[in-house]
Design a protein around this ligand. Structure first.
Ligand code: CMC
Length: 378
């Protein structure tokens, strides 16, 4: 057997062959099925981009209408899932609530038919349609309110914001939110996608695939960083405190949240788009002083860490966009999951098409031939 060098974090080791998305970390390029995200952010919608990722091509007008129609009419969640969610502690993190709810959905669809395209399509529609409803329902229930029913007359993103805030959103906010979903939908072989593919490779159901990926996305080094960015901006408090804060982090060798990326060694192209979206929101709904702090952070971090290729990543400006929309900080990562579920499902489908169970190896560095010591002698 070929012996490979051990790479902590599997850095640079291919875990799959994939035609779903592509990143050039030196040039700051991200493509979905070959199309640049800048173009998709300008011209596409989240559901159209989800279709592109999952089925490999942009849909025709009829295909898109049929997909949108199916998603629209599968948004309601079962009352037993709602009742289960009511029992969750309101102090629990919404990501944990989402993970449990996505897994519970699988209890209702336990008949697995992985080789049937109709099963794949139904599962995709059900998960993309219901995950936003679950996130919004938990948000209302933890405030002591009843969840609101999805509105069939509203588009995907507008309906989510409606379910969350119990009022119809401003059209600009809804469009910007939809672009945020496009920017978060897929990103090659990151930790949660790897987790999804490993789970998929055991031929379990797609609800288990999504639940394991949600669990992985929640950590502060992955999707959870967007929450920590806002907490960091709150702690910094003013532009004058930025430089001392960063110098202190560097002295302690602490990571500055929202900066750095395993693949990008330039500014993440998604951060560039998100920054522009944040500016559009500030123009219409008023300035946010946290934006001044963020811009100063970007300047100081570039001055100190550009030589290491540390620049803002996707999480740096997304929080400012969601904050301006009045979304609570601990919903930022569940919103990341609302988008990323389509990327995970694209990888689920791709994994099934040429499946081999993941079974890597390890380098054993423990002991051998140790005699068993009876408990009285320990
Ligand atoms: N602040 C300060 N220094 C940093 C940072 C940072 N955010 N990120 C990396 N570095 C330094 C690090 O100290 C190391 O320096 P040295 O070589 O002198 O020891 C060098 O850059 C390489 O860092 P690394 O930790 O080996 O890089 P990695 O590829 O293992 O980690 C990362 C990538 C994203 C986990 C890391 O940059 C990080 O922890 N960033 C902060 C958390 C964050 O914003 N996460 C969101 C990631 S993007 C979205 C997502 O994946 O969900």
């Amino acid at each position: 057997m070929m012996v490979c060098e051990y790479k902590p974090g599997l850095e640079g080791i291919p875990a799959a062959q994939s035609s779903i998305s592509y990143v050039d970390g030196q040039k700051g390029i991200l493509e979905y099925r070959g199309i640049r995200i800048e173009e998709l952010a300008e011209k596409s919608t989240f559901l159209e981009t989800a279709y592109l990722l999952i089925w490999g091509e942009l849909p025709s007008k009829e295909e898109l209408e049929a997909f949108e129609h199916e998603v629209r009419y599968h948004r309601r969640i079962k009352y037993r899932i709602r009742d289960m969610m009511k029992c969750f502690p309101e102090s629990g993190h919404p990501m944990d609530a989402l993970q449990a709810s996505a897994a519970a959905l699988g209890l209702f669809y336990s008949l697995r038919d992985l080789h049937n395209p109709a099963y794949i399509r139904d599962s995709v529609v059900r998960l993309i349609a219901t995950i936003p409803t679950m996130v919004a329902a938990f948000q209302l229930m933890r405030k002591g309110n009843d969840p609101v029913r999805p509105r069939d007359d509203l588009d995907y993103s507008a309906n989510f914001l409606y379910m969350l805030n119990e009022q119809e959103p401003d059209p600009l906010a809804a469009r910007i939110f939809d672009i945020c979903l496009i920017l978060h939908v897929e990103h090659t072989m990151n930790a949660s996608t790897f987790s999804a593919r490993v789970t998929a490779s055991t031929l379990t159901d797609p609800y288990a695939v999504v639940a394991s990926a949600v669990g992985t996305l929640g950590g502060p080094l992955h999707g959870g960083a967007n929450e920590e960015v806002i907490q960091m901006l709150e702690n910094i408090g003013s532009v004058d405190n930025v430089r001392p804060y960063i110098e202190n982090c560097l002295e302690r060798k602490a990571k500055i949240m929202g900066f750095g990326h395993r693949v990008y060694k330039v500014k993440d192209p998604r951060a560039t788009i998100l920054q522009k979206l944040a500016e559009q929101l500030f123009e219409k709904f008023g300035h946010d002083k946290f934006y001044d702090i963020a811009q100063e952070m970007e300047r100081v971090v570039e001055e100190k860490l550009a030589s290491k290729g540390i620049y803002p990543n996707v999480d740096f400006y997304s929080g400012l966009v969601y904050r301006k929309m009045g979304i609570p900080t601990d919903l930022f990562t569940p919103i990341f999951a609302i988008a990323r579920v389509a990327g995970w499902l694209a990888h689920w489908k791709e994994q099934l098409a040429e499946n081999r169970i993941f079974r890597p190896t390890q380098i054993y560095n423990g002991r051998h031939e140790i005699p068993y010591t009876p408990i009285e002698q320990r």
